[in-house]
Ligand binder design. Sequence first.
Ligand code: ATP
Ligand code: MG
Length: 334
Amino acid sequence: MSQSPIVLTGDRPTGPLHLGHYVGSLRQRVTLQEQYRQFVMIADAQALTDNMGDLSKVRRNVIEVALDYLAVGLDPAKSTLFIQSQLTELAELSFYLLNLVTVARLERNPTVKEEIRLRGMERDIPAGFLTYPVSQTADITAFKAALVPVGADQAPMIEQCNELVRRFNNCVGKEILVEAQALIPDHGRLVGADGGAKMSKSLGNALALSADSAAIAAFVRSMYTDPNHLRVSDPGQVEGNVVFTYLDVFDPDKAAVEELKDHYRRGGLGDTVLKRRLTEHLEALITPIRERRAQFAQDPAEVMNILRQGTERAREAAAATMSEVKAALGLSYW
Ligand code: ATP
Ligand code: MG
């Protein structure tokens, strides 16, 4: 009997989840939970790899991320929601996997390189940060997850994960760990309002899924458009214009967006009209999420209880893999 693939994914509790998470991964998870056994991890231990100087931020945001999960429709009866640091199995598996990767390979990971640059850590990279792709491999493989719904920035992580899986299985001469496939949505990664870097909690360019109307309006107002489009009558540029990037993602009426693009290129269409349209779409998306979130937020003890139960279920799965891993490594003695 072939078993349905297992899904694992997660987020770092470094801030409330934002629109990038929604299009990059959360939306897919809500669909996947209907069909698959899905584990969703709050990656607090991974968050510490670049936040040892701000421990309270990570601690505080665990519940915020959990609230975002529940608000977007992750259902604890269908998805196992858990906290990474509470499973020592994950740290243990990382410890063994670290022996199967070279420092040079870790330094070549393009996402890690980019993150180091954006965080200005070139001179002082914590070893834990450099090796977080290995820890992420442990998170995925401890659950034998075959599907990982993530944003485009995570593709190199899954590649590195699979290298480690092959190396591990080769090393022990058995197929113990499972290769994973990234499920990356078409839109790839959502940029921030300035159109430069990807929207990210750590870069302060994000619109939270819990944003109120004023924050949504301010976010859209600050969006980069075409700096040469000075008068409404001027022809404008659509490429690189963040408002259009967002309309492509968030406006369900694709034909209308194409017409707006033509109009904008010809001239005669102002930024204000476009921004108003985008603001309405974002309001329609975020308002129900914000309302559900406020409801769950009334009972934080219940939210923590959901996480505790999920963590217990997750531990069983990870512990089963760890016994296989240790036996395969010859590390079982009695
Ligand atoms: P941090 O800045 O702390 O790294 P982050 O905003 O990058 O936070 P993560 O917790 O690292 O968020 O990422 C969680 C998931 O969300 C990953 O699957 C990632 O690919 C996806 N994701 C994050 N930002 C975006 C984005 N801008 N567009 C699409 N997907 C994203
Ligand atoms: Mg990130």
